[in-house]
Design a protein around this ligand. Sequence first.
Ligand code: HEC
Length: 101
Amino acid sequence: MIVGSAERGLAVYESNNCSDCHAVEPNAWWGAPTFHGIWGSEITLTTGQSITVDEAYVRESIDDPYAKVREGLASDMASYEGRLSEQDYADFVAFLKTIRD
Ligand code: HEC
């Protein structure tokens, strides 16, 4: 298993244009959900299904943004599949864990 670094995770966020749409501050809306506080939270999808934001959901949301979409949202996010390394995913998740409430 790859150990993630939150510091590098912030760099993954900043260097892949995630910040064009996603904020990291609480209650911020830049056209997409803020990443603040999403880790481990329960969200409702357009299908009505409730899921917990975990590693699998984060990974799927990055590789295939249309697979699961939050209720009330439409995805305009492009897939990053193949653009991030395994280390990048691990780092990004480590970063998310530092910005939950
Ligand atoms: C063009 C705008 C845009 C960019 C750039 C973008 N996203 Fe998104 N992203 C969205 C939108 C809109 C949603 C909400 C709809 C959905 O679930 O697909 C979303 C959803 C997500 C989710 C699910 C979040 C949740 O709270 O349900 C994750 C995780 C995510 N994006 C990660 C990323 C990462 C990591 C990057 C950069 C590598 C990125 N996004 C770049 C627009 C964007």
